[in-house]
Ligand binder design. Structure first.
Ligand code: ADP
Length: 672
C-alpha cells in the first residue's frame, strides 16, 4: 500500500511506456531472427541438395566411364588372345569361328569381327558379306594404317559405315605381326549405340541423358531412356582409347531441387503468420493489462487520497472483533498510530475504563449480528487520557462473493457538536427566561393592580377589625370574638391570595436547570391558574376548566409546562380582546388520549377569538413571527420546543364555533 501511495500515476505511466518498448525489443528481434532462419533454411537445403546431386552425377559418370573402359579392355584382351593363336597358327578356322562367335554373343556391343590378310582382303568374318579394308570408312582405314605402322592396336574415329547412314561404328584394329612380318589384322566393329545400350547400366540411363561426342563436340550417339536432360546437372568425361578419344557427356533428367514442397512452404508461412499474430495478440493483451493496472493504480491512489482526506474516522474489524484497518483520521482522533491498533483484539486502547462494560455489551451485540443502523453515541479515550464523545455508525463488511467478513465503522468526533448543542441549550434557556420576563412585563401592571386589591382588602379588614375592637371595648367593655374572627379570617385569606400570586410569579421567573418530575394537570393548573386568571380578568374573559377524572401524571418540568400553558392562554385571551363580551370564553380541557399505543395526556386551550388566517398558519411556529404590534413572536416556538423536549407534540386546529384550539399532548406515566 505504502509503495503504491508513493508512486505517482504520471511517473508510472511514463515508466511503463518505456518498459513496453524495451520489453518488446528482444521479442521482435527473436521473431525476425526466427523468420530469417526459416527463409534461409530451405535455400540452404536446396543448395546442399544440388551439390549432392552434382557430386552423385560425377561419381556415377566416372563409374560408367570405368565400366566402358573395363569392358573394352576385356574385349581387347580376348581379341589379343585370338590374334596370338592366329599368329602361332594354332587356331584352326573352325575353332576360330567358334571363339569369335562366342565373343560376339556374350558381348552384344560387338557387331562384327573381321580377319583381314596382309593384302587387306578378308580371310574370315562374322558377317556374311565379304569385306575388304576398302569397305571400311575413311577414319577406320586411317586407324588401320596407324596400327600397321605402329604395330599396336588402334581405334578409329567413329563414323557411319559406307552405305549405312544413321549407324555409327567404332572399329578396333589389331595388327597381326610374326616378328616384323605383317600377317594381316583383326578388326572388331562396335556399334556406338551398342556401347551405350550394353555398357551403361539401365538405372543410370534412366536418370541421365548420355551423349557420346568426339573431341570436336560432334555428337556420335546418345541414349535417352528417362527423357531429355535438363542441363542442370551435367558432367563430361573423356574416354581415352588408343588412337582416338571420345567424350562421355551426362545430363541429368532431374531439374533443380524445389525449395520446399508447396505444403511445407504454406505451413511455414501460416506458422510465421500465426507467430506474428500471437505476438501481436500478446502485445495487445499486455497493453490492456498495463492499461488496467494503470487505471487500478489511479483508483487506488485516488481512494487512498480520499481516505486520507476524510475527516471521518474509519475502522474495520473482522468477525472476532480484531481491528483490520484504521484510516489516518481515526488514528489521529484517538492518538494511536495504525500499527498500535491494527491486529488488536478488544479491549481497545481507546476504550475509557468507566465505559468498559458498555463497549463489551455492544461488541457482544454486534458479534451476535445486531447493529443499530441509526448509530450510537459513546465516549473514547485518547492516548493522553482525555475523553471525547463520538458518534459511531456500524455496518457489515461484505466481500465480493457476498460473504460477511467483518464490520466497518465510521466514527465522528462530536465534541464540537456537543459543545454547540450545549451553547444552544443555554441560549434557549436564556431565551425562555427572557420570554418569561417579557410575559412578566406584560402582566406586571396587572399584577400591581391585582396585588393592590388583596392588600387594600387586608388593610380595610384590619382597619375594620381595629375599629370593631375599639368600639366593642368602648361600648360593651369586652370583645366580640366572632366578629373579630370573621374579619381576621378574611384578612388572612386576602393575604394568602396575595402571597400565592407573588409565589407563582417568583416560581415562574426563577432561572434554573430544567428538572423532570411526575406532574398532574391539576397541579399544573393550580400553580398557573392565578396568572391565567390575572390575564383573563384584564380582558374580561371568562375561564372554564374541565379536567377528566383520574388523569395519569406526566414526567415533566413543571415550570416549562406552566410557561407553555400561560403562553397558550395569553394568546387565546389576546385573540378574543376585540370580540363581543359574551364570546370571550376561554376553555381549558384536559383528557386522556388512549387511541395511540402510548396513551397521552392532552391539554387543549380553546378560544373563540379571530382564529388563525391561512397565511399565518404556515409561519405560526417560526421564531420572531408575530401579528401583534408589541409581539415578540417567540411564544409558540418556545412552546413547541418545550413540549417536544418532553416527548410530546403541540398542534393547532380551528375551533368549529370560531376561534382556535391549541393542544399539547405528553406521554402519560403508567398508573403505578
Ligand atoms: P406573539 O404572541 O408574541 O405574537 P406567538 O408565537 O405566541 O408570538 O404567536 C405568534 C402568532 O400566532 C401571533 O402573533 C398570532 O398571530 C398567532 N396566534 C397565536 N395564538 C393564536 C390564537 N389562539 N388565535 C389566533 N391567532 C393566534
Amino acid at each position: 500500500m505504502d509503495m503504491i501511495r508513493r508512486s505517482k500515476p504520471t511517473e508510472l505511466g511514463v515508466s511503463s511506456g518505456k518498459m513496453r518498448i524495451s520489453h518488446w525489443m528482444p521479442s521482435v528481434f527473436l521473431v525476425l531472427l526466427f523468420l530469417s532462419v526459416l527463409l534461409w533454411l530451405p535455400w540452404q537445403a536446396q543448395h546442399m541438395e544440388a551439390n549432392d546431386r552434382q557430386k552423385q552425377l560425377i561419381a556415377d559418370t566416372l563409374w560408367v566411364e570405368q565400366a566402358i573402359h573395363f569392358q573394352l579392355s576385356r574385349n581387347e584382351e580376348n581379341l589379343h588372345t585370338i590374334s596370338e593363336e592366329i599368329i602361332n597358327g594354332s587356331l584352326p578356322e573352325k575353332k576360330l569361328r567358334d571363339r569369335v562367335g562366342t565373343l560376339l554373343r556374350s558381348n552384344r556391343e560387338l557387331s562384327r569381327i573381321v580377319w583381314l590378310g596382309a593384302d587387306d582382303r578378308q580371310i574370315a568374318s562374322t558377317s556374311d558379306a565379304a569385306v575388304a579394308l576398302t569397305d571400311f570408312p575413311g577414319a577406320s582405314r586411317l586407324a588401320a594404317q596407324r596400327a600397321r605402322i605402329l604395330k599396336k592396336p588402334q581405334y578409329g574415329q567413329p563414323e557411319a559405315p559406307l552405305g549405312q547412314p544413321g549407324v555409327m561404328t567404332l572399329d578396333y584394329h589389331l595388327p597381326l605381326y610374326a616378328g616384323n612380318h605383317y600377317l594381316g589384322s583383326l578388326i572388331a566393329t562396335y556399334q556406338t549405340s551398342g556401347i551405350l545400350e550394353e555398357m551403361v547400366p539401365w538405372w543410370f540411363a534412366q536418370e541421365n541423358e548420355i551423349v557420346l561426342t568426339d573431341s570436336n563436340e560432334n555428337i556420335i550417339d546418345k541414349r535417352i531412356a528417362g527423357g531429355p536432360g535438363r542441363n542442370v546437372y551435367t558432367y563430361s568425361r573423356v574416354l581415352e582409347l588408343p588412337g582416338t578419344s571420345l567424350i562421355l557427356r551426362t545430363n541429368s533428367v532431374k531439374g533443380a531441387p524445389k525449395i520446399l514442397s508447396n505444403l511445407l512452404v504454406i505451413s511455414v508461412i501460416v506458422l510465421s503468420l500465426g507467430l506474428l499474430w500471437s505476438l501481436w495478440a500478446l502485445r495487445r493483451d499486455i497493453n490492456r493489462r498495463l492499461a488496467t493496472e494503470e487505471a487500478l493504480l489511479q483508483q487506488v491512489s485516488f481512494r487512498t487520497a480520499m481516505e486520507n482526506s476524510l475527516v471521518t474516522g474509519l475502522r474495520a474489524r473482522d468477525l472476532d472483533g480484531r481491528v483490520t484497518y484504521v484510516n489516518p483520521a481515526f488514528s489521529q482522533m484517538v492518538g494511536y498510530s495504525p500499527q498500535d491498533l491494527v491486529g488488536k483484539l478488544p479491549p481497545m486502547p481507546y476504550w475509557a475504563p468507566e465505559a468498559m462494560s458498555e463497549y463489551q455489551q455492544r461488541l457482544a451485540q454486534r458479534l451476535a449480528g445486531n447493529i443499530t443502523p441509526q448509530g450510537f453515541e459513546t465516549i473514547f479515550q485518547r492516548a493522553d487520557g482525555t475523553r471525547f464523545p463520538v458518534l459511531i455508525f456500524e455496518s457489515p463488511l461484505v466481500n465480493e462473493s457476498g460473504k460477511q467478513t467483518g464490520w466497518m465503522g465510521s466514527v465522528l468526533d462530536i465534541s464540537e457538536r456537543k459543545a454547540i448543542e450545549e451553547i444552544n441549550r443555554q441560549q434557549h434557556e436564556k431565551l425562555q427566561f427572557s420570554a418569561r420576563m417579557a410575559s412578566m412585563g406584560e402582566i406586571a401592571s396587572t399584577l400591581a393592580h391585582e396585588l393592590n386589591q388583596p392588600l387594600t382588602a387586608i388593610s380595610s379588614y384590619t382597619t375594620g377589625a381595629l375599629n370593631l375592637l375599639k368600639n366593642s371595648v368602648a361600648e360593651t367593655g369586652g370583645i366580640n370574638p366572632e366578629i373579630l374572627k370573621t374579619a381576621l379570617e378574611k384578612a388572612s385569606a386576602q393575604a394568602q391570595r396575595a402571597g400565592q400570586i407573588i409565589r407563582s410569579v417568583h416560581a415562574f421567573v426563577k432561572q434554573r436547570e430544567p428538572s423532570r418530575e411526575p406532574v398532574t394537570v391539576q397541579e399544573l393548573l393550580d400553580s398557573a391558574m392565578p396568572l391565567v386568571e390575572l390575564q383573563a380578568q384584564q380582558f374580561s374573559v371568562v375561564t372554564h376548566y374541565s379536567i377528566a377524572a383520574d388523569l395519569p401524571a406526566v414526567l415533566a418540568d413543571r415550570t416549562l409546562l406552566e410557561q407553555v400553558l400561560l403562553n397558550l392562554t395569553r394568546n387565546a385571551i389576546e385573540a378574543m380582546q376585540d370580540c363581543a363580551p359574551e364570546r370571550r370564553v376561554l376553555r381549558i380541557v384536559a383528557a386522556l388520549d388512549s387511541t395511540i399505543p402510548v396513551p397521552h395526556v392532552t391539554v387543549s386551550v380553546i378560544d373563540q377569538g379571530h382564529g388563525i388566517p391561512r397565511e399565518v398558519v404556515e409561519r405560526l411556529f417560526s421564531p420572531f413571527f408575530s401579528t401583534k404590534a408589541e409581539g415578540m413572536g417567540m411564544g409558540l416556538n418556545i412552546c413547541r420546543t418545550a413540549v417536544e423536549f418532553h416527548g410530546g407534540a403541540l398542534t393547532h386546529a380551528d375551533n368549529p364555533g370560531g376561534g382556535a384550539v391549541f393542544r399539547f399532548s405528553l406521554p402519560a406515566l403508567p398508573k403505578d
